[in-house]
Design a protein around this ligand. Structure first.
Ligand code: 5GP
Length: 233
């Protein structure tokens, strides 16, 4: 059996068209330049991802999520993944500051969608539809991924707003299933999104690790509790 080991997850194919996605406690940032391990992070990301996939499924978004399989593991549908990251932004943060003359925290008048080519040796460069076409991804496929990403943004932005949390930006990955449908894959967790407490602007995501803003596990636990309404203690 071929096991794919990524930086934060392990992907274990089963022989029935399903895949086990195992979330690790490892964290990396800045192209692998910063590394650490946080006990409990894998569990939190698996549970938060599962919760958010269920929210999206209830809102008619097709995702690869099938079920939770023990502590750090989700069972998901096997997809042929596109080598593309789709980023949606509502508020200026992170790498957008290098692109637009706007200050961190500025709310965008409309969401921005960006495409990145997933390739470590090239450091995940930003690409456009023309680059995607050369990579063998059609205009229709890109348009469909962008459409779903913007719909996911509408759903989750509103969902988090009700919990007093700002969905600043996030990254999605898509794949094609055996029926040829474009389906949301990978994870949706504080590793792949920016969440700010609406009152204080405090980060409840991986920026806590990237920029040494405090206790990562505490921040992820707070996000889990506010999202699910259930207490971990
Ligand atoms: P930025 O481009 O500002 O670094 O990232 C924008 C958003 O996408 C952030 O929420 C960030 O967590 C997410 N993101 C972008 N690229 C990656 C990636 O390669 N890995 C992870 N985990 N998240 C990413």
């Amino acid at each position: 059996m071929e096991v794919y080991e990524g930086k934060a997850k392990r992907i274990i194919p089963l022989d029935d068209g399903k895949v086990v996605m195992e979330f690790k406690d490892d964290a990396t940032a800045f192209d692998g330049g910063k590394k650490a391990r946080f006990r409990g992070k894998g569990w939190l990301n698996a549970q938060i991802s599962a919760y958010l996939f269920k929210v999206l499924e209830r809102n008619e978004i097709k995702t690869h999520f099938i079920g939770v399989a023990g502590d750090n593991r989700l069972i998901v549908e096997k997809l042929r993944m596109y080598p593309v990251e789709v980023v949606v932004r509502n508020v200026v943060a992170g790498s957008l500051k290098k692109r637009l003359p706007l200050e961190e925290g500025t709310e965008l008048r409309e969401p921005i969608v960006e495409l990145y080519y997933k390739d470590d040796t090239l450091h995940d460069p930003m690409i456009n539809r023309y680059h995607a076409r050369v990579l063998g991804i059609s205009e229709e496929e890109i348009r469909e991924m962008e459409r779903i990403a913007l719909r996911v943004n509408e759903i989750l932005r509103e969902y988090f707003k009700e919990k007093g949390i700002i969905l600043v930006d996030f990254k999605l990955e898509f794949g094609k299933n055996e029926r040829g449908e474009i389906v949301l894959g990978d994870e949706i967790s504080p590793d792949t999104c920016r969440f700010w407490d609406a009152e204080t602007g405090r980060s409840l995501d991986k920026d806590v690790f990237r920029f040494d803003k405090g206790d990562l596990v505490k921040a992820y636990e707070e996000l889990y509790e506010r999202l699910t309404g259930s207490s971990l203690s």
